[in-house]
Design a protein around this ligand. Sequence first.
Ligand code: UTP
Length: 290
Amino acid sequence: MQIRTAVIPAAGLGTRFLPATKAVPKELLPIIDVPALQLIIDEAVGAGIDHIVIVNSRSKPSIEAYFAESPEVIAKLEQSGRTDIADRMRAIGRDVRISFAYQDEPLGLGHAVGCAREVVGDQPFAVLLPDELMGSSELLAAMCAVCVSSGGSVVGLKQVPHDDVSAYGVIAPAGAIDADGVVGVLDLVEKPAVADAPSDLIVIGRYVLTPDIFDAIADLLPGAGGELQLTDALRVQARRGPFHGVLRDVRRFDTGNPVGWLGAVVELALDHPQYGAPFRADLRRILRDE
Ligand code: UTP
């Protein structure tokens, strides 16, 4: 068995990025010259996913527009000899099937994932939050392998300084992390006080879930902030087990707020094969002039 389907919830309001997100969805904000959403899809494809389900809101039609074919633009690019960019345009959505599900109201992340139930069907699937970028597909690929071998859901983990845990969802581990970065999870605690935190391992925006999560989501009652929280449905699965977390040393960027997005763009631009060198020179000059 292989995990083939990934859900990308993209129906939120993006309030931390207003007014930019008034007209441009957060998921389409550029990371250098591609929308963040494209990098998320590339990560999923790199982990073996071939079907992406985007949970969208009817008020964000530009997300669908990104996947529409654009033969006139491509023809113009080819006529003017710009075949590189024409090829990149043609490649959008080519290696993967893209489906849409709709969330009519942003009732929370748990509810958004639940909106994908019919399209996903009765199989394990990945969930990628589009405002967290990973430097590679390695974490997701490892999580998929653990889901297949254990038969239970898996969450992505990151270790943070113990004093920082109260801003996050934290796991209660069943024991020590093994040599592959895998640990059993007994429970999850949302934003614990530092003194009560069961570990310094926080849940990040990557999940591989068995389909019984949909029943747990259907039973959800409003939780923190009045929203239907995915964490509450995960707790039901964790208590039942098997349920694991995977820790990997991958780069991770939180692009859902202006400072995190700026950091991601700068760091990735410095590594860029085409723009890296000129951008580094510009940045040096700006910092010198400060
Ligand atoms: P966030 O809470 O980070 O996104 O949810 P948001 O609500 O859009 O942003 P802020 O906090 O107001 O700035 C993580 C992901 O889950 C999606 C969001 O689109 C985002 O990509 N989401 C969240 C939904 O699809 N539906 C929801 O009801 C909530």
